[in-house]
Design a protein. Structure first.
Length: 100
């Protein structure tokens, strides 16, 4: 339980570092890139689903994903809730095994 809370705090810190130290630079560099702006807008509109589904897939390493979500228009609360839900789904088999 304690480890999960610490992992959640560390992931949120990574998200916030990327959001407040690098996002403005990324947006300024990509302001003429219509594809980036369209993807960023789509991700921002459905942040919870994007974060949850990407965390459940093996396509993106978790630590890298935390920073990348911070660089996009993903909002903080949907990020935290999506990350928490995906962790519960991934860890449920482990928890059930430990209960046996």
């Amino acid at each position: 339980m304690c480890c999960g809370a610490v992992l959640q705090l560390a992931a949120t810190a990574s998200f916030l570092i990327a959001r407040y130290l690098a996002r403005d630079r990324i947006v300024a560099m990509a302001k003429n890139n219509k594809k980036f702006l369209a993807i960023d807008k789509a991700i921002g509109e459905d942040s919870f689903r994007v974060v949850t589904l990407l965390r459940l897939s093996p396509l993106l390493p978790f630590s890298l994903g935390n920073y990348l979500y911070g660089l996009t228009s993903v909002k903080l609360l949907p990020y935290i809730l999506g990350r928490y839900l995906s962790d519960l789904i991934c860890k449920q088999p482990d928890i059930l095994f430990l209960m046996l």
